[in-house]
Design a protein around this ligand. Sequence first.
Ligand SMILES: O=C(O)CCC(=O)C(=O)O
Ligand SMILES: [Fe+2]
Length: 245
Amino acid sequence: MKQLSPQNIQQFRDSGYTIIRHALSTEKVELLHEEADTLTNFILNEGYDLTAVLGCIIEPLTCGYLDPAESDEYKTDKHAYIARRNSVLENSAVSSIVLETVARWAAVLLGNPEQVFLMNEQFIVKPPHSAGASEFAWHQDSEYLDPRLQSHSTVACWIALDPVDEVNGTIMVSDLKNPAADPFVVRVPAGSIVFMSNKLRHKSTGNAGRLFRRVFMPQYSLNPLLSLEDDGDAKAIGLAIKCTF
Ligand SMILES: O=C(O)CCC(=O)C(=O)O
Ligand SMILES: [Fe+2]
């Protein structure tokens, strides 16, 4: 498994992002392709508007593909989460990518290599020829959080499942330590991961290409954010699954 180098860790601290090219094996990327395609086909067959209404975001556990859960246990209990997560493809490898492979890198970047919490996960699927409709404006991911939670350390692990560039929809990031510089344009092969702090300003281009552009993006927090809330309104936080190593 690829490791984060000391330079990666320093870059994440200083600039708010770092990249591991070819982080995931072809086998893991293919599994995530299968899941992305299964969920995208479901969304399109149901007649949902993937770009205008869903904003290109498909959450595997809540998009409607699985029947609603009988209880909320899967949001905080690791075994219940694993059972629900693996039922999307009837394949046990997916939850281990989320709770182990990617979580380990997230844990190192958030400063506690032994423990991290999965807080959210989504596919971001940009349909072909959707350039005008599938771009994301400048934002920080912390803006999606309840204001009471915005100071917590979190990391988004933006996993390219297809090669990405300006044409088919990539991200552009504004270096935290040098915000006046031109944005850095990410161009990476499939299987690469861009780790972004929730303070990093970034945007993305729409997809002007002929093929779907698929990304999978789990997000992790240093602390269990869901359990901090007692009013049942933890905005944009679906999960608090403890990953330990
Ligand atoms: O995949 C993209 O184009 C950008 C996604 C993003 O920034 C987000 O979901 O917060
Ligand atoms: Fe974002």
